[in-house]
Write a protein that binds this ligand. Sequence first.
Ligand SMILES: Cc1cc2nc3c(=O)[nH]c(=O)nc-3n(C[C@H](O)[C@H](O)[C@H](O)COP(=O)(O)O)c2cc1C
Length: 247
Amino acid sequence: MMLQATLSTLVPAARRESLAAAVRVRTSCRAFANAPTPQEVAALAYHAGRYALPGAFLTLLDVPEDAFTNITGCRKAAAVCLQGDSWLHRLNAGAIGEAFVLEATAMGLGTCWVGGSFRREALKSRIPQGMSLLCVIAVGRPCIPLTPPPTRPRMSPEQLCRGRWRQWPEELIRAATLVQQAPSGMNQQPWTLEVTPNGEFAVQSPVASALDAGIAILHAELALITPHTWRFSDAPDAPLAVAQPRG
Ligand SMILES: Cc1cc2nc3c(=O)[nH]c(=O)nc-3n(C[C@H](O)[C@H](O)[C@H](O)COP(=O)(O)O)c2cc1C
């Protein structure tokens, strides 16, 4: 079992509402009209540097036009890098990458997490020494301005939440609503949510999906206003992550 205080302080309190609002308009963008402006690049570089957790880092890259196999017009990306590969580092990578995605979304930029459909060899040599490239996040001015999608193919609340979720505290229902909209590789949504008898918010997910779980946890984190500490475990009979109220 591991405790981590840094995740609950990752997103500054003043940014939580803007990032929660960005969740509503974010969808994966695969057609970009332009690269971000120099001012936007400066802001993105700030966020890439600011959002870091143990073992997981972001670095902003110029990318060649043919870097992606299914994305057009993208010339900038955040490389999601690991220092040592443990499942907890991958979970952290999901959380920091999604914080970056939502900051970019709040700026009106399009983003797409890309784990498979990119030319890894073309980008590998551009990341800092001693780090490995987990995946990338394409970013730029979208061809179609961001608007909330009319529908999202996602699990229903009954599929996502175990137990009597309608009776959960409002804060935890909001956390579940934000998790429901989270992106995941091939939209697999490899998570379920539960509230333990002690009132802890638990995220169940296979360890193999730690990156996706980190994304979901970042979304939940935006709603968790009660001071808490995240507890992580890869034991087969325990939830992957639990937000444990403090005090
Ligand atoms: C870790 C991760 C890896 C992904 N890899 C790819 C990819 O290689 N190519 C791609 O087109 N989309 C990729 N996606 C985007 C997902 O397909 C997308 O998030 C999901 O279908 C939900 O759609 P939405 O993001 O529009 O809500 C990835 C998403 C995540 C979170």
